[in-house]
Design a binder for this molecule. Structure first.
Ligand SMILES: [Zn+2]
Length: 396
C-alpha cells in the first residue's frame, strides 16, 4: 500500500476526477482511488507507505515505443556478432533499468538481438527476479535485406519465408512483429528512401500476426515503403520520416488505426555529426522529414503519434529526456500533445490504455513526479523526474 499525498494533477492525464490536487491511494500495485487532500484513507491502509509530494505534479509513467535495449553504443553495434552474447544480455538489463530510473515505466523493444536478451529480461522483470520497466518486445527484426546487421535480423524471403519467420518469433515469445521496410539512416551502405520488402511479404506477416491477436510494426523512412506498409495493414510505422500527403489521406479516408512512431532523438544524433556521410545525408533530407512529420501532426489529428527515442544506452544516458525538447523545438508541438504522446497516446497505440498511460482508478500505479507544471512549461520534462513509481513501488 502506498499513499501519494498532496499531488497536483494534469487534467487531461488524470481520469475519473475533477480534482486539481489530491491524494492517490494505491493497493496491490493498482490505483485504488483519487481523493481530496487529507482524506482519511480508512481501513486497509494502516501502515501504508506515504510519499508527500508537497504540491508537485503527478503524471502517469512515461512510455517509449521505440528502443533497442541491447544497444550499448554505436561501436559495439557495428562490431556485429563480434560482441560476446553475455555483454548483450547485461546491457539489455542495464538499459531497461536506466529507462525505469528516468521515468519510463513501459518500453517497447522494436528489434532484439538474435539471442533475444530483451525477452529474457522481460520475463525476469515479470517474475519479480529483477527490477525494470514493463517490456513488450518484437524479438529480432525480420528482414529481406542481407546488408542490414546480422546481430539484429532474421532473414526471410517471399511470403512463405515471412510467414515462417513470424510464426517462429511468436513461438519464441514475441509480443508483436517488427519488419525492415526501407533502408536505414544510420547505415552508409543503405538508402533510407528505398523499399527493401515486397507487399506480399508484409501482407503475409500481417495475417499471421492477426492470427496471434497481435500486429506488425515496420521500420520505414521512404514514402514508397511507408505507403506499401500502410496498404498492407501494418499497425505502427516506425520513424515515418518521409510519409507522403497521399498516404496520410489514405489512412484518414479509410479510418485505419495506423500509428506513426517518431524518433526525433535518433535523427538529432545523426544531425550532430555533419561531417560524416550519414550526417551530410541527414542534413540534406531534414527539410523533407520536417515537412512530412509536420503535415502528419498539423493536418491529421486522428492519426496517433507515438513516442520513440531509438538511441544507444550511452547516448540516452547523456541526455535521457531529449525527445521532449526536440518535439518542442524542432517540431513546435503543443505541450499537451507532447505529454499525451509520451503517455496515453502511446498506450493506445499498443492497446494498453486500460492498464497504463493515464492516472485512473484500476490502472497500474505507474507514476513520475515532476517539479512544476509541464502542461504550462514543457521544459519541466527536460530533466529526469524527481520520483518514479512502478506498480506501487517507489523506484526512487
Ligand atoms: Zn530502431
Amino acid at each position: 500500500m502506498l499513499i501519494l499525498k498532496n499531488a497536483s494533477f494534469v487534467p487531461f492525464l488524470t481520469e475519473g476526477t475533477d480534482l486539481k490536487k489530491g491524494d492517490v491511494l494505491v493497493k496491490g500495485g493498482l490505483i485504488d482511488s483519487i481523493v481530496p487532500c487529507g482524506t482519511d484513507p480508512g481501513k486497509g491502509y494502516e501502515g501504508a507507505e506515504i510519499l508527500d509530494l508537497g504540491g508537485k505534479t503527478l503524471l502517469p509513467g512515461l512510455i517509449d515505443l521505440h528502443c533497442h535495449l541491447f544497444y550499448e553504443n554505436i561501436g559495439a553495434l557495428m562490431k556485429g556478432n563480434g560482441q560476446p552474447q553475455p555483454e548483450f544480455a547485461i546491457n539489455t538489463l542495464r538499459y531497461a533499468q536506466k529507462f525505469l530510473d528516468c521515468g519510463y515505466t513501459t518500453v517497447r523493444d522494436v528489434g532484439d538481438n538474435h539471442c533475444r536478451p530483451a525477452m529474457y529480461v522481460r520475463n525476469f522483470i515479470n517474475s519479480g527476479k529483477v527490477k525494470g520497466p514493463r517490456i513488450t518486445t518484437s524479438g529480432p527484426i525480420i528482414s529481406s535485406n542481407w546488408t542490414t546487421l546480422d546481430t539484429l535480423d532474421i532473414f526471410a524471403c517471399g511470403s512463405d519465408g515471412f510467414r515462417d519467420a513470424v510464426r517462429k518469433n511468436f513461438a519464441q515469445g514475441a509480443d508483436f512483429i517488427k519488419l525492415y521496410g526501407s533502408g536505414s539512416l544510420m547505415m552508409p551502405s543503405n538508402e533510407p528512401g528505398y523499399p527493401i520488402i515486397e507487399s506480399d511479404e508484409i501482407e503475409a506477416a500481417v495475417l499471421v500476426a492477426k492470427r496471434n491477436s497481435s500486429y506488425v510494426s515496420v521500420h520505414a523512412h521512404g514514402k514508397t515503403a511507408i505507403d506499401m506498409c500502410v496498404k498492407a495493414g501494418v499497425h505502427t510505422i516506425e520513424h515515418a520520416s518521409m510519409i507522403s500527403a497521399d498516404t496520410l489521406n489514405y489512412i484518414d479516408d479509410n479510418g485505419l488505426d495506423t500509428a506513426l512512431v517518431l524518433t526525433m532523438y535518433a535523427i538529432d544524433e545523426i544531425l550532430e555529426e555533419p561531417e560524416t556521410y550519414n550526417g551530410k545525408r541527414m542534413h540534406q533530407i531534414m527539410p523533407t522529414i520536417k515537412e512530412s512529420l509536420l503535415r502528419a501532426y498539423n493536418d491529421h489529428k486522428n492519426i496517433l503519434l507515438g513516442w520513440g527515442t531509438d538511441v544507444s544506452l550511452e547516448k540516452f544516458t547523456s541526455d535521457p529526456m531529449r525527445e521532449f525538447r526536440l518535439r518542442k523545438e524542432t517540431l513546435g508541438m503543443s505541450n499537451e500533445d507532447i505529454l499525451r504522446q509520451a503517455t496515453i497516446d502511446s498506450a493506445k497505440i499498443i492497446f494498453q490504455e486500460d492498464k497504463v498511460g493515464s492516472i485512473k482508478a484500476g490502472k497500474y500505479a505507474d507514476f513520475v513526479v515532476v517539479d512544476g507544471d509541464p502542461a504550462a512549461d514543457i521544459s519541466v520534462m527536460y530533466k529526469v523526474p524527481e520520483h518514479v513509481v512502478k506498480g506501487g513501488e517507489i523506484v526512487r
